[in-house]
Design a protein around this ligand. Structure first.
Ligand SMILES: [Zn+2]
Length: 310
């Protein structure tokens, strides 16, 4: 039995917060699929059947524990990797398992809820989720095929502004085979970020292939940030060729250190991505940032935007 989880103390400069991670477990998937038609979400159903998840040939075991045991396990895992706290970005809307998990994680791990902002019930769901302890919202326009500029999303954004809920958005390429790249361009956020200047938007993975438009959007709207999370293998498809230090340099020049957030995009069906942390921290060191600026990226921005220390 793992030790009972103690409430997390506030972080201090020098510590690291991973501002983009994932959580997949058997209980979480079971709850989500029970609410869906039997033919929906085949990828997840297959994962439940086999107890494994991941790309073909690289499947890993799906954790099968209670929310409480998962929380203790998750905290050990990030701490072993030298990470003080983590933010889970949910891909499942309205999930009690995840709510139980964040309560059990006692501030070491926080989470963003997931909603479909076109849904007329999304504003009410957001209100319930923020009251349940979520720290904001993750939106998946490419995977779920919607535009945030759609007037149907307006009531959702009005509620997000009222609740001061920050929002991470995945634009660009995705590992999800059902993704539709017609929804991949972050410029679609432009009228929304303009009209809701009090909402903090974070574009994940530097825009996952749409770096140029992400930076242009961030020029126009000062409430737009980026996260660095993931392998950033979108660079392999980028013309002209880019290196990770160049991507960081572009983002830092355009946005400044207070608008770039560190993340690994680690899930729970593979080991924590220590190598990504190592790689990105080395890039920050090589760019010659001050300790203070490095701390903003590795910790401080996540504390400010997602209230990770409250
Ligand atoms: Zn992710």
């Amino acid at each position: 039995m793992p030790d009972p989880v103690q409430p997390a103390p506030p972080t201090v400069p020098g510590q690291v917060i991973d501002a983009h991670t994932h959580l997949f477990t058997r209980g979480l998937l079971e709850e989500m699929l029970a609410a869906m038609p039997p033919d929906a979400m085949k990828r997840w159903r297959d994962a439940l059947k086999s107890g494994k998840m991941g790309r073909p040939g690289r499947e890993q075991t799906l954790p099968d524990m209670t929310p409480q045991d998962t929380a203790a396990w998750y905290i050990d895992r990030i701490n072993e990797a030298g990470v003080a706290k983590a933010l889970v970005v949910s891909v499942m809307p309205d999930n009690q398992w995840t709510r139980d998990f964040i309560v059990a994680a006692k501030g070491h791990v926080q989470a963003l809820c997931n909603v479909d902002p076109r849904d007329p019930g999304s504003a009410a769901l957001l209100e319930r989720e923020m009251a349940a302890g979520f720290r904001g919202v993750k939106l998946l326009p490419v995977n779920r095929c919607f535009r945030l500029s759609d007037p149907a999303c307006r009531p959702f954004f009005e509620k997000a502004a009222e609740l001061e809920a920050p929002i991470i958005i995945h634009y660009g390429v995705t590992v999800d085979p059902t993704g539709d790249l017609r929804y991949a361009d972050p410029l679609d956020l432009s009228p929304v970020a303009r009209d809701f200047p009090s909402i903090q938007f974070v574009i994940a993975h530097f825009g996952a292939g749409w770096l140029g438009n992400t930076l242009r959007l961030a020029y126009q709207c000062k409430n737009v940030c980026v996260d660095t999370s993931g392998t950033n293998n979108w660079m392999d498809y980028h013309v002209p060729k880019l290196t990770l230090p160049e991507v960081f340099e572009r983002a830092l020049t355009a946005l400044g250190p207070e608008r770039v957030l560190f993340g690994t995009d680690s899930g729970t069906t593979a080991p924590y991505r220590t190598w990504i942390k190592f790689q990105q921290m080395r890039v920050l060191e090589e760019l010659g940032l001050s300790d203070g600026d490095r701390d903003l990226i590795a910790r401080g921005n996540a504390v400010r935007i997602f209230h990770m220390d409250e």
